[in-house]
Design a protein around this ligand. Structure first.
Ligand code: AMP
Length: 611
């Protein structure tokens, strides 16, 4: 899990007890002086170090299986911050209340722990191998789905590791370890026949040693007296670094002979990938999940963006790339009569595009046949912009087709516009689901900023959904590529502009920059967190301008988290860049992913609102 205490000024990360005491000494040893540090013995846990009567006290804070935090014998809290807040009012068994935080000296960041880098590496390897991703696609998948991937890893990852031998007896484990070379540290993990618990078998000095793996009441794994871990994989990874009570550390995998080499070391444990790589998406069902075969993952699972056919470009396959051209052949395009929507240019129809190796679902923007040349030119401009973009959180263009009319062929995002989706599903969609989607939008916008493009029409109506948990930015009709040395685009004349989404600089000076896109992102956030309501109610464009000029801003939508409203307000200062916004919403999204019992994807709104 991402570190739920990372944002706290009195959190020092992975420091030793003696170091904590040193900090408290330097800060004056007053009663109730406290700091928080990472627990080295239990994954995801913390230690509260404090002072009373010139003495040090250290309390372990455990992270329980349901995601809450508690000091042994104390009340459970949804996060370390809430826990500290509680103990600042009520000692409830501690030496005294928490009175004064011992904050980190300026310039000192929390110390990353061995668990942090291990966890990051695991997520990276898992994503790389499960979805066969590299480069930017890999980085984006890690950033956007880390909380979900960690959950997948936690439950099943060890089962397909080459060192995992399944349910075999002790003598069979010995037979496997003694076959071939027997270097010190050669190991395997097996399930014990007796009661479904696990054991580690390890070679040292040509002898095999067996260690029972215990599981405590909260489900954490450890070797007797050893460090506790949420997953068997983490346990093994840790024991590769540190013997932690074993006779020798784990060094060399004894590969399971029954596991195909291609599966190692991290094969797909995500069932949709195993069964249906890159399958086509159907319509959303009542759950917002596309219909799919039954899953093997325990608990309610769902499609991740990487499971869909539109996470990577269809041209990421080098074979398909050979055919990539701006203009598509008409006979490769089948156009359905079904209309997905209508825009300024004409209508958007459903279709299928035949590629070299596969057929893909597409949305086709069809220009009205009676349109004048300027409209045609505008559509070609939009196509030229989209042609240069390739990001999982942006609707990609497949190409342009000039036949009975000019057509812009795009990836399909069958869930429709975000505002409509949210207003029609108000009772089902949770706030954390909205945070997740808006984080994805911020990732798409950050990409645009990096490529030096301005969107100029970001609004909830132009965020399309692939499914309930996957959003893409669309409609590049007003977008511009900035010159290499320019930080903004200056429009010569005003056009038919979405004024309610525009920063004053756009309206007054016709200046468009990443900062004005951030302003629009703030309005889009407001729309999303108010479930698709129209911004600035019944006000007309000019009224909105004077409202903003008076320093007024829209109110916080009902039930919108305070952190998200603060971020909106910051977007409306015209000072912020998209990468800062992405960072902030990412931290918030990760922090709620650690607090919600089953993470943002399974939080049940109907249950959450029951008395
Ligand atoms: P636009 O002209 O870009 O504003 O699109 C008009 C409407 O067509 C949108 O609001 C969507 O409902 C639909 N639409 C546009 N692009 C797509 C797409 N790539 N996938 C699915 N529906 C789309």
């Amino acid at each position: 899990m991402p570190d739920a205490a990372a944002h706290l000024p009195f959190y020092y990360g992975s420091i030793a007890r003696s170091e904590a005491e040193e900090h408290l000494k330097l800060a004056g040893m007053s009663d109730g002086l406290f700091l928080l540090r990472q627990c080295l013995r239990s994954l995801g846990g913390y230690v509260l170090s404090m002072v009373y009567n010139l003495q040090f006290y250290h309390y372990a804070i455990e992270r329980q299986m349901n995601g809450t935090y508690a000091i042994a014998g104390g009340k459970a809290h949804c996060g370390p911050e809430e826990l500290c807040e509680f103990y600042s009012k009520d000692a409830d068994g501690l030496c005294c209340t928490l009175r004064k935080p011992c904050n980190r000296p300026s310039g000192v960041e929390p110390q990353p722990g061995v668990f942090d880098s291990m966890r990051d590496n695991m997520v990276r390897e898992y994503v790389r191998q499960t979805w066969k991703l590299e480069g930017d696609a890999l980085e984006q998948a890690i950033i956007s789905q880390a909380p979900q991937v960690e959950k997948l890893i936690a439950t099943t990852a060890h089962e397909r590791m080459p060192w995992y031998h399944g349910s075999i007896a002790r003598d069979e484990a010995e037979r496997r370890l003694y076959s071939g070379a027997q270097p010190d540290g050669k190991f395997l993990l097996r399930e014990r026949k007796e009661n479904g618990t696990y054991a580690l078998s390890l070679v040292y000095g040509k002898t095999v040693y067996h260690y029972r793996v215990d599981q405590d009441k909260s489900g954490k794994y450890s070797i007797p007296e050893g460090t506790k871990f949420d997953t068997l994989w983490q346990l093994v990874e840790y024991l590769k670094l540190k013997p932690d009570g074993l006779i020798f550390y784990l060094r060399e995998t004894c590969p399971n002979p029954n596991m195909p080499a291609s599966a190692a070391p991290v094969p797909p444990t995500h069932p949709s990938v195993t069964a249906h790589p890159r399958r086509h998406l159907g319509p959303l069902n009542a759950d917002g999940y596309t219909p799919e075969p039954s899953r093997t993952c325990p608990g309610k699972s769902r499609l991740l963006p990487m499971d869909t056919s539109v996470y990577e470009s269809p041209y990421s396959d080098p074979e398909e790339l050979k055919d990539k051209k701006l203009f598509l052949k008409r006979d490769h395009l089948m156009i359905d009569e079904v209309e997905l929507g209508a825009g300024n240019f004409g209508c958007v129809k459903k279709g299928v595009y035949k590629m070299r190796k596969k057929q893909i679902d597409v949305a086709i923007k069809v220009l009205k046949s009676n349109n004048e040349k300027t409209v045609k030119d505008e559509m070609m401009k939009e196509a030229q912009i989209m042609h240069q973009l390739d990001n999982p959180y942006i609707v990609r263009m497949i190409g342009v087709c000039e036949a009975e009319s000019l057509m812009l062929v795009m990836e399909m995002a069958s869930g429709g516009p975000l505002n409509k989706f949210l207003s029609s599903r108000k009772d089902e969609i949770t706030m954390s689901n909205i945070v997740e989607l808006m984080h994805q939008v911020s990732m798409g916008m950050k990409y645009l900023e990096e490529k030096n493009f301005v969107h100029r029409d970001l609004a909830a109506r132009n965020v399309l959904l692939v499914n309930q948990h996957y959003a893409k930015i669309s409609d590049f009709g007003l977008s511009k590529a900035l010159g290499a040395d320019d930080s903004y685009y200056k429009a010569r004349t005003a056009g038919k502009w979405p004024l309610k989404w525009y920063a004053p600089e756009c309206i007054l000076y016709h200046k468009f920059s990443s900062k004005s896109d951030v302003w629009s992102y703030g309005v889009t956030m407001w729309e999303a967190f108010s479930y698709g309501q129209k911004p600035y109610k019944k006000m007309k464009g000019p009224e909105v301008i004077s409202f903003i000029e008076q320093g007024k801003r829209m109110d916080c939508p009902t039930d919108c988290p305070a952190e998200m409203y603060t971020l909106m307000q910051q977007c409306w200062t015209y000072k912020w860049e998209e990468h800062t916004v992405e960072n902030i919403i990412r931290s918030y999204y990760y922090s709620i992913a650690t607090k919600t019992e089953n993470g943002p994807e399974t939080e049940d709104k109907s249950k959450a609102t029951l008395p």
